[in-house]
Design a protein around this ligand. Structure first.
Ligand SMILES: *Cc1c(COP(=O)(O)O)cnc(C)c1O
Length: 374
């Protein structure tokens, strides 16, 4: 069986986990957490990086940090993972879905302004497949209407837009280190990038159960007390140790994935139309998070998936658009026409791509895909 994904492993994870255990300091914000956070701050030029238990947790922290209140509206694509919306619904927000662009499956930046009302508080661009949204346009709209920009960069670690790291462009960026993402912290994990210096102090309080424990540890206050609402948004040192091993090999992982991605693209561009393949706009570098193709219809996609299954190759689709799901109907509203979200997502299928995938295995996948189309 050829799996869709195998969690990334570089070989040094276990040694670092042993080192963390030997340090007798396993709770959050220890040696490896600090190493990871500094790595993000130095590599991606952000004010503050904080590890979290997941991207879901990062998004929840972000929603508290920008003070989302009941009745506020938050704009995002419907073609995304549930956590993008859930984090804001938990604060009482109404989700405003707008259509995606068919070329990148990212939010259509030209439709955002028409969805803004007096209640709008934030825009949440999701960098699908690690390919950047049109951030200059989104930032300009946000500035004009005084809105927050929270990037869901779960899939975008190591991608750039005009030489800026995804996640480090809006006010806040959220990363995932789930085992299906490019870098893992041992199965589950995440980080939040605080790019607006004004938000840093409160982010640290919310992350530490609403206390100023972080200021206490830095010697700024002589005791720590309950200051604000908050929760426990710290991962264990074991997760940070696993992640740090992967960050030290970040370029190697990125290059490996890109070479697989380019192999797929070269082969399939010979037989498929450009509209059936991922589109990478100018001015950005992607991280090969995902290689997808689009079939003609959802029926054809079902045939493709079952054909690949008979060849022992797993090719999943994902994301039933949120606005068509029960909770999406309850907590959200689609503004404008659904020209692409439903139809384009029903044609999309993802191919196996993971760090360490043997070239022979990829050739088998390519061969079978070509066989299906012939
Ligand atoms: C994976 C993912 C998440 C959730 O990440 P977790 O770390 O599993 O919480 C959120 N948004 C998007 C776009 C994702 O791909």
């Amino acid at each position: 069986m050829i799996p869709f994904n195998i969690p990334p492993k570089v070989g040094t994870e276990l040694a670092y986990i042993k080192q963390a255990i030997a340090s007798d300091k396993l709770c959050g914000d220890g040696y490896f957490s600090k190493k990871c956070e500094k790595w993000f701050e130095d590599s991606f030029n952000t004010t503050k990086a904080l590890l979290t238990p997941s991207c879901t947790a990062s998004l929840e922290l972000a929603a508290i940090l920008i003070d989302i209140q009941p009745g506020d509206e938050v704009i995002m694509p419907s073609y995304t993972f549930v956590s993008t919306a859930n984090a804001f619904v938990l604060r009482g927000a109404k989700i405003i879905f707008v259509d995606v662009r068919p070329d990148t499956m990212n939010i259509d930046e030209t439709l955002i302004e028409a969805a803004i009302t007096a209640k709008t508080k934030a825009i949440v661009p999701v960098h699908y497949a690690g390919v950047a949204c049109e951030m200059d346009t989104i930032l300009a709209i946000a500035e004009k209407h005084d809105l927050w920009v929270v990037e869901d960069a779960a899939q975008g670690v190591m991608s750039t837009y005009k030489n800026k790291a995804l996640g480090a462009i809006g006010h806040i960026g959220c990363y995932s280190f789930h085992e299906t993402k490019n870098y893992s912290s041992g199965g589950e994990g995440g980080a939040i990038l605080i790019n607006d210096p004004k938000l840093v102090a409160r982010a640290e309080i919310i992350r530490e159960k609403g206390t100023n424990r972080s200021q206490f540890l830095h010697g700024i206050v002589d005791k720590y007390t309950w200051q604000d609402i908050g929760s426990s948004f710290l991962p264990s040192e074991l997760q940070a140790a696993y992640l740090y091993a992967q960050l030290e090999s970040a370029s190697e992982i990125n290059d490996f994935r890109l070479s697989l991605w380019n192999n797929y693209y070269t082969e399939f561009s010979k037989i498929l139309q450009p509209a059936q393949l991922p589109h990478i706009p100018n001015d950005l570098k992607h991280n090969a998070h995902m290689f997808y193709i689009k079939l003609g219809t959802s029926e054809e996609r079902a045939k493709f998936i079952s054909f690949m299954k008979t060849c022992d190759i797993i090719t999943p689709f994902h994301y039933i658009p949120l606005h068509s799901s029960p909770a999406g109907k309850q907590f959200g509203e689609f503004i404008g026409d659904d020209n692409f979200t439903t139809v384009e997502s029903s044609k999309l299928v993802r191919l196996p791509l993971y760090y360490g995938m043997p070239i022979k295995i990829q050739q088998e996948v390519i061969k079978r895909v070509l066989e299906f189309f012939s």
